[in-house]
Design a protein around this ligand. Structure first.
Ligand SMILES: *Cc1c(COP(=O)(O)O)cnc(C)c1O
Length: 236
């Protein structure tokens, strides 16, 4: 179960997360002394009204965020079923797209189905992950590069462990090929249809996309590409 790993686990309740409090998060631990230390840190290190025992920060969850979190907790089952519905639809609509692999959730495990993760094999699709994301963005679909860059490619690890990439060839390979598609309560079945349609059209026109994205100055390229793309989508 989540929440029991290591000395402590940190959860984010940021607005983009499965369970959100608008902002904020939580640390869980079964180490009483560590819990006490973190409680002090959360409130400027104040051990009493007139006593400060440690350094700290203002990390208190405000009332409105707490209320948002409690309200969302009540709806968790709905969130999961909507995510599952979207995932199943993506699964069936993307099944025939060569070079696009949807990360499969196991039926034997419980999941919140929060992420629709695709792995793009450029050798088969003719366009790479970054080009596909750019293409989707031109059509107002906010696909993301998650989870990229990998931890070792970001500071402070990049400077602390400059040779880490030598030990992480698979991480680097996957990080360059993955992207996530929109899901959640705001995404309807119609939206999933449209997004999959855009992906299909993009792959069918991979050669044009590659050429245009590569050659033109960016602004002009985007206009021209979006134009071509829309007319081709109309034709199917
Ligand atoms: C959300 C998220 C973060 C950032 O969490 P915040 O609460 O927004 O600071 C970092 N890493 C991963 C993998 C995340 O999903």
């Amino acid at each position: 179960m989540i929440g029991g790993f290591g000395d402590a686990e940190v959860f984010s309740f940021h607005a983009t997360k499965f369970l959100n409090c608008l902002e904020g998060g939580a640390v869980v631990t079964n180490d009483g002394a560590l819990a006490q230390k973190i409680r002090l840190m959360r409130n400027f290190g104040f051990a009493a009204h007139n006593r400060v025992d440690s350094i700290g920060l203002n990390g208190k969850l405000n009332e409105i965020s707490a209320a948002m979190g409690l309200t969302n907790l009540e709806s968790i089952a709905d969130f999961i079923s909507i995510n599952l519905r979207n995932y199943k639809q993506y699964e069936s609509e993307l099944a025939d797209l060569e070079g696009v692999k949807l990360l499969a959730y196991s039926d034997n495990e419980r999941s919140n189905y929060q992420y629709i993760v695709l792995e793009i094999d450029e050798g088969e699709t003719g366009v790479n992950r970054d080009q596909l994301i750019e293409m989707l963005r031109m059509e107002n679909v906010l696909a993301r590069h998650h989870f990229y860059p990998a931890c070792h490619q970001a500071e402070p690890y990049r400077s602390l462990y400059p040779h880490a990439h030598l030990f992480l060839p698979r991480t680097e390979r996957v990080a360059a090929r993955v992207m996530v598609l929109p899901t959640g309560q705001a995404i309807t079945q119609k939206d999933v249809c449209v997004i999959c349609d855009i992906l299909r059209t993009a792959l069918r026109n991979a050669d044009i996309i590659r050429k245009r994205l590569g050659k033109m100055p960016e602004a002009r390229c985007q206009d021209r590409l979006a134009e071509t793309f829309r007319s081709r989508r109309k034709l199917g």
